[in-house]
Structure formats: C-alpha cells, structure tokens
Design a protein around this ligand. Structure first.
Ligand SMILES: NC(=O)c1ccc[n+]([C@@H]2O[C@H](COP(=O)([O-])OP(=O)(O)OC[C@H]3O[C@@H](n4cnc5c(N)ncnc54)[C@H](O)[C@@H]3O)[C@@H](O)[C@H]2O)c1
Length: 708
C-alpha cells in the first residue's frame, strides 16, 4: 500500500538486538528494569518495521551492545534536508550513543552540527516540524535545554517555537505532540504549561487541533508515525480513532508494549530523514540574560528560590558560576544564565528575580528603560511594579536609590537641572512630563539575607490550645516591649493601627497607657475605634455593653450614635476635648498628648465623626504621611486598616500584627520579610500583657501607671 508521500519518505530505525530496560531515566522505566521480554520486543519491533515498509523506505543503523536505548532512533538527532543537529543526551546513560549516530550521519553524507558540550538536546524526540506552517516545534523542560533552540534556528534556518513540558511522564515532545499532514496536530494539552498551550492555540486553528485525553496519552497515542494520511501508533481509544477518521486519517495500530516499559513507542523508534526544507524563515524569540546573586545564598534559600522562580515562570537556567563563602559570615556569589522562550516570559521572570534581589549583569551597562507619562494618572504599559524592598535604578552610569519606597507603585523619574530623582508613586499621582521605569533592566532590590528566610508556620500560632502557647505569647510580648522601649528611648517612631475590637475587649485602658507613656507616635484607624472609644468614655458602654459589668444596657445600642452626635456638635474630637465633653479614653489621650491620628472612612461607618476622612485618596495620603519614618507598626485587630497600612510600608519597618484569626495574621505578616511578627491572640489580653511587661522593664512589676 502506498500513497503520494510514500516514495519520498525515508525512515531510520535500529533493530532491538540489545534493547532492555537497564536503568531508570524516566517514570516509565521505574519498576521495569529487566522486565521487558527480548522476544516480544523483537516481534513488536519487527511488526512496526514491516508496517512502515509499506509506506516508506526504512534504513537501519547497527545496534551497539551496552547502549540499549539506541533502538529509539528519534533521539539520534534532528534532520532537515542534508543537515543534522546531533543529539547531546542529558543522561550519561545515553551519551555513548552519540558517536555511533554521528558516524552513521557522516557516512550517509549529512552535514553534522554539534552543540556545545553542556547543552542537552535530544533530537527529533524534542523537535518536530509543523506539517503546514514549516516552523519547528521544540520542547524543553526535561531533556533538552531551551538554549539549544537558537542553534536549531540558526543551523537549520527555521523558525522555532519553544514549548515547555511540565509532566515528567511526557519528558520528550514526541511523547505528547505530533504534527500531522495538512497542519493537523495530535497532542495532549496536559503535558504543557499554560503559556505553551496558548502558543499552540495561536498557531493551530481549532478545527485542526486534535487534543487527546490522558487515557490515550498514557498509551503513547501521540507517539505516532505520520506518513501522508496514515498514522501508525501503539494504540488509540475508539473516541480517538473516530476523531482521526473524521479528519481523514487512517489509523494503523501496532502493539509496542515492550517499548512502553522504557517510555517510547512508534515515533521514538523511528527517525524521519526526509523532512522537506521549511519555508518559514530563521527566527528565534528566545531571550537570555545573566543574573548575579550575592549574600548568604544557601542559608537564605535564595539559590533555590531563584531557580524555582525561573522554572515555574516558564524559563530555564544554567548556573555558570557559584562561589561558596568559606566562613559562616562570608558571602557566596552566583551567576545564573536565565533563558525564556520570549521577551514577555523573560520580563515576567526577571521582575520576580529582581524582587529576590538578583541583579542583571553586566550591572554597569544595562541602563533602565524609561517611558514618558502621556496621560496624568496612567503609567506606560509594562511599567515596573514596586515592592516593599529598597530599590535602585540604573540611569546613565549611576544607580539611584528610589525614594518613598512602597509596594504596588511605579518608579517616576524626574530631572531638574540635571538632578535626577527616582521616586515611588501611586499610578494616580503620575504626572505628564515624568518618566516611568518600564521592563526589568537596570533595577536592583536590596534584600537582607535574613529577610529571605521562610517563616515557620508555628510562628503564627502562638495561641494554639494549652498553657505553653500562652507562655509563647508572653515571650513574644517581652520582645515587643523591649523593642518599644528601645524605640521610645532613642526618639524613634511607633505607629498604631487599631480597630474597635480594642475597645470591646477592654484594651482601651492599656492603649491609653501606652499613649501616656510616650510609646505611640501616631494612631491610625477607622471611624469605629474612635466612635466606640468615645462612647465608652462618655457612657461607659461599648456597642451598648456596660464595660465594667459586662451586661447590655437598656437603649445602649444607640449610645454610639449619641457619641457621634456630640462630637458632630463640637465639630471635631479635639474641640470636644477642649469643651470638656470628652475627658478620657484613647482619643482623649491622643489629643492631650499631641499624638496625631488619622481616621479613614468606610462604607460601614455611622455618622461619620467629623474627623473621619470619607475621601479615601486623602485618607491614604494622610496615612502615608503619618507612617513615614516609622520604626515599628503595631497592628491591632483591624484587618481593613492594617492591610491598607501594610501596603504602604517599606521593608525594614518592624510590623507586629495582633489578631484572633490566624489567617489574618498570616496575611498581614506574610510579606516575605522577617521584620514582621504575628501574634494570634485576643487583643485585649495582648495589650494588658504588653503594658505589664513595660512596667517590669521600668522596675515596676504591677503598677502600670509608672511606665513612662
Ligand atoms: N459604627 C461604625 O461606624 C463602624 C462599626 C464597625 C466598623 N466600622 C468600620 O468598618 C471598617 C472595618 O472594621 P474593622 O477594622 O473593625 O473590621 P475588620 O474586619 O477589618 O477587622 C477586625 C479584625 O478583628 C479581629 N478580631 C475580632 N475579635 C478579636 C479579638 N478579640 N482579638 C483580636 N482580634 C480580634 C478579626 O479577626 C478581624 O481581623 C473600619 O473602617 C471601621 O471603622 C464602622
């Protein structure tokens, strides 16, 4: 039986005389060492050989003893016309096949291209020509290195589309992907990352894509030899057979179970030698950059994080230098080459690496890219999104420290008489005429080694059941009290963010004492903390509950509205204090001790109090003003305001988050920075312990009044 393609098609195979599963280099081999039957393998290979002879001219390469996988000739190299790119096997177990295949190619008149020694590429197992577009689909992720793809493009003068394999069962592209005649594509989408699936969908129209299910994928239905309209494979389900028949293909099944034990089937056992020269021009979108890492790379886990970030972002890496510090305090340095299939993926990966503190090298020559703001309040596309970490940008020959560091901003650059300033700005504050840093070149974040250490989840669960956890709260409170005292005594700044729960849990008297004691330098919160504090001061209730007796008071649910009304009458909290109407409580102490406060509005607010800023942009600006220069932020039981504050705070500021809900504490503390401490406990209890501890530090064990 022949068709038009038959006469022109030539295939290389290798008889399985020395075939066996001798080692494990893929998941299929596990448990199958020496479990394949030599007789059955011979029989199955023979059958495939005779089937293919009906459609193509089959040539043979001599099998070599000790190289059992030579039978899988697809991995000999990648052929196009009279050119071949010889494979560089990833595993030493197969590297010995290379010279035998090289000799065969040379003896048969091919021009052989050899890749650099450290660059794995496994031939037509990982590179398949599209049958309509003329481009080359090339896989990476397990056996072939992404950096080999530009060589394929150059040597074979072809456009290469790189696809990332993510399922180790489908370690070669030809185990899960098979371009068919007329631009059809048989493939298993689950073997690829999302980005690669999108690339496939962009290149191959929907009616040409034949996506298979796992049930067919695991019997290697994609590992198919396609000649004309015939597809030769190990096995196909009825559904798949139907799909293929509908598209005009004839399915020929030939069992290859013995070869499946080594992770291969029909396509792996063949190398097509008559690929037509591709029409598509030489292009490769692959990007490479080298990044430099410095610090306590192993202790901090930075190397692992960097490599994981590259791979999970869709790139690949080569560590080109690693110098380990010899003493405990010595720094280690590493240079890592990062490759990505295109510029978008590269920018995404680089953005994340910069956040880890990696610097693109050569550091001196990759000036940052700036684009002008053309519409006020709108950044150019692809602007660099800032983090909480101190950042430098390279403009011309100089690195400039970015001012006003905060997360989720853009870096705006202004030039005033030659003086360059780089500043973090919120999008809405960007002005026409400013330039904004885009992309990821020439940006460096400064990370302390310790700030990279992962926190143990235990750190957040001080209040698990049992006596010991209470003791742990005490321990952490001791540390916080010590820090508070140090900060106060050296004239530093502590900002408190507090929610109304502080008042309901009886924490008011303790917070009051902290203010009196000079431990609080700004108070941030919403309408509620002030309303309930003032209600308690004026009427002795909080949310209508008598705070001394713990019972609700008749008509008490309206008390907070009466408190609001009183303050509204006087025009502000300060004026209410001045008028002698408000004589105690947290807000009173703020006014009396000149502690600035800012109340940010929300949709929940009753009233609101005249002091509450319902213009949220103004409120955010006011918060930012009060946070500036803070050494510590105490976040007391308000998720809303604490998250708002966390987003504006640069790294280096100690944050203590107290909340009864572990999830909230984790969210607030998990900024990848060890400067934050999470305390899962009742906020009233926390404040009482804190004040007690501060009393101890001044020699007064119980008289908390003496903490000043
Ligand atoms: N009457 C009013 O005007 C009024 C009333 C309530 C809230 N609000 C406003 O609504 C917004 C959100 O309020 P919020 O900040 O209270 O709510 P939130 O949900 O943001 O935060 C409350 C936090 O307190 C924690 N919590 C509860 N009990 C605790 C305890 N015993 N100890 C420690 N933590 C405890 C919760 O887990 C939660 O994370 C604010 O702007 C607030 O001013 C207004």
């Amino acid at each position: 039986m022949t068709d038009v393609a038959t006469d022109a098609t030539k295939i290389l195979m290798c008889p399985p005389h020395h075939y066996d599963v001798d080692y494990v280099i893929n998941p299929w081999m596990e448990g199958n060492i020496h479990r394949s039957s030599q007789d059955l393998a011979q029989e199955q290979w023979g059958k495939l050989h005779s089937v293919l002879k009906d459609y193509a001219v089959v040539e043979l390469v001599t099998p070599q003893k000790g190289w059992p996988d030579m039978v899988f000739t697809a991995n000999a190299g990648l052929l196009l016309a009279d050119q071949v790119v010889l494979s560089r096997f990833f595993h030493p177990e197969r590297q010995g096949e290379e010279p035998f295949f090289q000799k065969w190619f040379e003896d048969n008149g091919y021009t052989v291209h050899t890749l650099p020694e450290s660059l794995p590429f496994e031939g037509a197992g990982d590179a398949l020509f599209d049958r309509a577009g003329g481009w080359l689909w090339a896989g990476y992720g397990f056996r072939s290195e992404l950096d080999s793809h530009p060589y394929l493009s150059k040597w074979l003068d072809v456009e290469v589309i790189s696809l990332r394999l993510v399922d180790s069962r489908f370690y070669h592209l030809d185990t899960c992907f098979c371009p068919l005649t007329d631009g059809y594509l048989l493939y298993y989408p689950g073997a690829f990352d999302d980005y690669s699936n999108r690339l496939i969908e962009m290149r191959v129209p929907e009616d040409k894509r034949i996506a298979i299910d796992e049930v067919d994928a695991i019997v290697f239905a994609c590992n198919t030899v396609n000649i004309g309209r015939t597809v030769v494979m190990n096995k196909a389900s009825e559904t798949l057979q139907k799909k293929l028949t509908e598209k005009g293909f004839e399915v020929v099944e030939t069992p290859l179970t013995e070869f499946l034990k080594a992770g291969g089937a029909a396509k792996c056992l063949t190398l097509k030698m008559t690929e037509p020269r591709a029409a598509s021009p030489q292009t490769s979108t692959i990007q490479s950059r080298v990044v430099h890492l410095e610090g306590h790379l192993l202790d901090s886990g930075l190397v692992n994080q960097t490599l994981d970030t590259i791979v999970s972002g869709g790139g690949s890496f080569q560590v080109i230098k690693f110098e380990l510090g010899k003493q405990r305090n010595d720094k280690s340095v590493a240079d890592v080459k990062v490759s990505a299939p295109d510029v978008t993926v590269m920018d995404d990966i680089m953005g994340q690496l910069i956040d880890l503190g990696a610097v693109s090298i050569p550091r001196e020559s990759t000036s940052t890219t700036l684009e002008p703001v053309v519409q006020a309040g709108v950044a150019p596309d692809d602007f660099y999104v800032t983090t909480i970490y101190p950042t430098e940008v390279l403009i011309g020959d100089h690195w400039f420290r970015v001012q006003g560091q905060r997360m989720d901003g853009a870096i705006a650059v202004t030039r005033d008489n030659g003086n360059i300033t780089a500043r973090c700005k919120l999008l809405r504050d960007l002005e026409v005429g400013e330039e904004v840093v885009v992309g990821s070149q020439g940006i460096h974040t400064i990370r302390k080694a310790t700030s990279l250490k992962k926190k143990s989840s235990e750190e957040f669960s001080f209040m698990g059941a049992g006596v010991s956890s209470e003791r742990r709260v005490e321990l952490v409170v001791e540390q916080i009290a010590w820090d508070l005292r140090q900060i106060r005594d050296r004239g530093g700044k502590v900002v408190v963010t507090a929610g109304p729960v502080v008042i309901h849990t009886g924490g008011s008297e303790h917070l009051r004492k902290l203010i009196q004691g000079g431990y609080v330098h700004a108070l941030l919160g919403g309408n509620a903390i002030a309303v309930h504090d003032i209600e308690q001061s004026m009427m002795g209730t909080s949310l209508g509950m008598d705070m001394k007796r713990g019972v609700s008071v008749h008509g008490g649910h309206r008390h907070h509205l009466k408190a609001i009304n009183t303050v509204r009458r006087y025009g502000s909290i300060a004026k209410t204090v001045e008028a002698g109407e408000l004589t105690s409580g947290v807000m009173y102490e703020c006014v009396k001790n000149n502690v600035p406060f800012s109340l940010a509005g929300s949709i929940r607010d009753d009233g609101p109090l005249p002091d509450t800023k319902m213009d949220l942009i103004a409120a955010q600006a006011d918060y930012a003003r009060l946070i500036e220069g803070a050494d510590m932020i105490l976040m007391l039981s308000t998720m809303l305001h604490s998250i708002g504050v966390g987003n504006m705070t640069p790294a280096g500021v100690k944050m203590v988050c107290v909340d009864i809900n572990p999830a909230v504490v984790t969210k607030l503390s998990d900024r990848g920075s060890v400067e934050s401490t999470g305390v899962v406990t009742d906020v009233g209890l926390f404040l009482s312990l804190l004040v007690q501890q501060l009393g101890k530090l001044t020699g007064q064990y119980t008289k908390v009044e003496s903490i000043r």
